[in-house]
Design a protein around this ligand. Sequence first.
Ligand SMILES: Nc1ncnc2c1ncn2[C@@H]1O[C@H](COP(=O)(O)OP(=O)(O)O)[C@@H](O)[C@H]1O
Ligand SMILES: CCCC(=O)OP(=O)(O)O
Length: 390
Amino acid sequence: MKSLRVFRREVLALKKIFAINCGSTSTKVAYFEDDKMISKVSLDVTAEQLRKMPKVLDQKEYRTNQVKEFLKENKLDPAQFDIIVCRAGTIPHVPYDGAYEVNDLMIATVTYAPEAQHASTLSCLIGKELVKGLDIPVIIYDPTCVDSADEIAKITGIPEIINMPLAHLLNTKAAGTEYAKSIGKDYKDLNLIIVQLGGGITLGFHDHGRISDWVYDDEGPMSPQRAGAIPTRYMANFCYDWFKSGKTLQELRMYLCGQSGLVAYFGTQDVREVEKMINQGNKKAELILKAMAYGVAKSIGQLSVVRGGKVDQIILTGGMAYSERITNWIKEKVSFIAPVTIIPGEREMEALAAGALRVLNKEEEIHPYNVYPKGYSSIEEIINNPNYLA
Ligand SMILES: Nc1ncnc2c1ncn2[C@@H]1O[C@H](COP(=O)(O)OP(=O)(O)O)[C@@H](O)[C@H]1O
Ligand SMILES: CCCC(=O)OP(=O)(O)O
C-alpha cells in the first residue's frame, strides 16, 4: 500500500504535460505544469523548406530536431513528463472527440497507411520517439477526424463516395468554448459557425457542441497552401494531364494540399508577405487574396442553412484572423447571417494540455484506438503493404 506521503506527493504534485503540434506551416511545442504554460515555441516551416521535404514523413527528422532543440533549451527531460499530448489527423474516423491512446496500430497507420499527407501525423510519431523505453503515456486529443456529422451531410452524387467530416476540431472547439464563456454560456448551448483561417481553411457548423456539417480544405475556399474546391469538369482534365505527364497520385495529393492556393500564385504561404505585395500596389495579389476571403464568405453562407438560419455567432480564428483586411472582407459579406467574433491565432496548445490534464485527473477517459484503415485487418498487413500515401 502507498504511504500517505507518497499518495500526497502524487496527488498534489503539479502534472507535467508536454504538447506537440505539427501544423502544415509550423511546429509548435509547449510545456505545462497543470494548466499553466511554462514555455512554448512556434517554429515556422516555410514553403521553401517544404519543397525540399515534400512527403510528410520526410519532415520527421527535421521536426523532431526542432522539438529536441526546444527540450534542450528549456532543460526539459521527457522522463519527467506525466504525459505527452499530440495533435492528430490522417487516421481513419473515430466516433468521439477527446483523448485516444497512441498505440502500435496508430503508429503503423500514420506511417504506412495514412489517410492523407498532413504534418499533424508527425506529432504522435515524435511524441512516441521521445518516450521510447519509458512508461509515459502518449495521447492524441480532439483529432481532425471525429465523425459527429449528420448523415445527410455525407452524401455525394457518386454513390461510391461517402464524404466524411474533417475539420480543425481542436482549435475551433477551443475558440467556441472561449466565446461561449465570454457571454456567460456553455459551448454546448450554442449554434456556431467557426472558421479556421490557417495554412488550410476549414469551417464547421457546431450544433450545441457537435460538428454536424463542415467545409473541409478541399470543399470550399482556396487557402494559403491548398487549392480548395475545383469544379469536377476541370479537375478531371487536370488529373488526366497530370498522370499523362508521369506524375503520381501521391504527388497530386501533395500538390493539392501543400503547393497550391497562395503558394501556387505567389511562392509563399505567408499571408503577411502577400499583404506586403498589396500594400506595394500589386493588384493581382489583392484580387487573389480577396477571392480567398470571398470563398470563405460563400462557405459560411452554405453552412448558415444547416439549421435553417439559426446561427448564434460566426467565429473567425487561426493565424489569418490577425489580418483585419481579410476579416473585414469576410465580415462585409456575412454579417447579415449572424454577428461575427474574431478570435485570432490558436489556442491549440492550451486545448491539448487541458485535455491531458483532465485525463490525468481522471475526469476524462482515454478512448482505446482500434480503427483499422480501410482494407486492412492487422498491423502486420499495414506494415507489409503500405498505401500510396506512405
Ligand atoms: N499577423 C498575421 N497577419 C496575417 N496573416 C497571418 C498573421 N499571422 C499568421 N498569419 C498567417 O496565418 C497562416 C497560418 O495560420 P496558423 O493558424 O498558424 O496555421 P497552421 O496551424 O496551419 O500552421 C499563414 O498563412 C500565416 O501567414
Ligand atoms: C483539418 C485539417 C488540418 C489542417 O489543415 O491543419 P493546418 O491548418 O495546420 O494545415
